[in-house]
Design a protein around this ligand. Structure first.
Ligand code: GLU
Length: 486
């Protein structure tokens, strides 16, 4: 009994001693990166100033990387401080700078070469490196076709790394790297024929295709790659572990998917052909009617870009468009609507735009007050397309289903039922092609999104304009007018 007690005491003593030692050891240890960041309350991040990463618009800071990293900082209650690097080499070097940024979020490919200079997080986006050429030139289809071409890529980029590896196999290959340009410059240079080829990631192309009508994908250069955030190399994974948890959660809860769609969805929405057709029309057709859209928008209190989006959906901005059903002109007005709106010549684009604007404003004002913006705009478009009576029928069916008749998301699910007898036979206005307004609204919203994006005034970036188009994130001169001309 006594021996047992003595043994237990000795054990307790030993354990306490070990505990104290551990505690002392713990106190002397350097704080982890995460602890340092938390103590400071600031997350310092390095990125690139480009439309795919970080730039300023009239509402302040924005960009895919910015938004994602801001969410991470907010989750941890940290202030976000953004620094931009002039080039990729500088960006990676800054991670090792004492008191420098702790994280690089810049659309970076987690390439093998870079794993010597940085540690990468879990991937947040899969991209394809793509060889880009100009429409009308001979399309390269394999790496050998790059020989003899003027090729320019970002200095220190994953693409430069890929070309360097290719040169080992194809010594005749020549290419240049530049730290004075961004991806948008490379695309513009191909678009304008200043260089033959470049390599960019598919996400960057997807975002910019609508500005560069002549730019085409030649072929995917190698396997898909992962974009990831980078931290300084070393043993300390405290910050990286939390980043990985955050990224995995963003994958799971769909927030990453939504962000991708918003920034890189234009091409998905329009398809590549649609995207460069849109780009062509944006440059060639829209400038002829922009003044009329603006004027009509001002007069009716409707965003001119919404009117322009409607015009694109209706006629691809063609003033003499006609359809078998008797609708005509840039805004495709029926004879009755045209007369009601005081349009004497439907093929006169000025009149067509003014008439279409007046009509949508009228349709919108007749909607019930219970429908709030932004849904109100989508309902107005639907009513413009299918008629107010049918829309009202659909709203009633929506309500009967226990859904919200004031939410476009709900009503658009029900609208297609207006073409099925079992449903339309119960409605006041009867049969309608209910799927049509759903497509109509969806398409216009896409064009509207793109037009809003394209006409965003930029406060920062390098001067790059495409026939006066402002490419987001690349215009260094502060704009006075918050809606520059197209
Ligand atoms: N993702 C590229 C890289 O990691 C930079 C952007 C691009 O060239 O598309 O180097």
């Amino acid at each position: 009994m006594f021996a047992q007690l003595a043994f237990r005491c000795r054990c307790t003593l030993w354990l306490s001693a070990i505990g104290i030692l551990l505690l002392l050891g713990g106190c002397a240890e350097e704080p982890s990166t995460l602890e340092r960041v938390q103590a400071e309350g600031v997350l310092r991040v390095i990125t690139r100033n480009s439309p795919a990463t970080y730039f300023q618009d009239r509402n302040g800071e924005t960009g895919f990387e910015y938004e994602l990293v801001k969410r991470f900082a907010d989750d941890w209650g940290l202030e976000l401080q953004i620094e931009t690097a002039d080039n990729l080499d500088e960006l990676f070097a800054s991670l090792n700078r004492p008191n420098g940024p702790v994280l690089a979020a810049a659309g970076l490919v987690a390439s093998d070469g870079r794993k010597q200079v940085a540690r990468f997080s879990a991937p947040y986006l899969q991209v394809e490196p793509q060889v880009i050429y100009r429409d009308g030139q001979r399309r390269p289809t394999r790496p050998e076709d790059l020989i003899g071409k003027r090729i320019l890529v970002l200095k220190g980029s994953s693409h430069a790394e890929q070309l360097k590896a290719l040169k080992m196999q194809l010594p005749d290959l020549a290419y240049e790297e530049s730290s004075a340009v961004e991806v948008v410059d490379l695309l513009r240079m191909v678009d304008e024929g200043q260089i033959d080829l470049t390599l960019v990631d598919s996400n960057e192309l997807a975002m910019n295709q609508v500005y560069f009508p002549n730019v085409r994908v030649a072929f995917d250069f190698g396997d898909s790659q992962n974009l990831a955030w980078a931290v300084a190399p070393g043993e300390d994974t405290s910050l990286l572990d939390e980043i990985n948890t955050f990224i995995n959660r963003a994958h799971e809860n769909g927030s990453l998917q939504r962000l991708k769609k918003r920034y890189y969805g234009h091409v998905d929405m329009l398809g590549y052909v649609g995207a460069y057709t849109f780009a062509k029309h944006l440059q060639q057709r829209l400038p002829r009617y922009e003044k009329d859209f603006r004027l009509a928008g001002q007069k009716q209190g409707i965003d001119w870009r919404l009117l322009a989006a409607m015009g694109y959906q209706e006629s691809l901005w063609q003033p003499t468009a006609t359809s078998k059903t008797g609708v005509r002109g840039l805004m495709m007005l029926t004879l009755r609507t045209a007369q009601a709106m005081g349009v004497s010549d439907r093929l006169d684009p000025k009149q067509s735009i003014a008439g279409g604007a007046k009509y949508i404003a009228q349709v919108k004002s007749q909607l019930p007050d219970s429908i709030q913006e932004p849904d109100r705009t989508w309902f107005a478009l639907a009513a413009y397309n299918v008629g107010g009576g049918h829309l009202e029928d659909a709203r009633k069916l929506t309500k009967a289903e226990g859904l919200d008749p004031n939410k476009w998301l709900d009503v658009q699910k029900i609208l297609p039922r207006l073409s099925q007898k079992q449903w339309y036979s119960k409605t006041r206005y009867g049969y309608a092609r209910g799927g049509e307004p759903v497509h109509f609204v969806r398409n216009i919203r896409r064009y509207y999104d793109i037009l809003t994006w394209v006409t965003q005034p930029q406060l920062e970036g390098s001067q790059v304009t495409v026939n006066n188009l402002h490419v987001p994130g690349v215009n260094k001169v502060p704009q006075q007018d918050d809606m520059p001309p197209l």
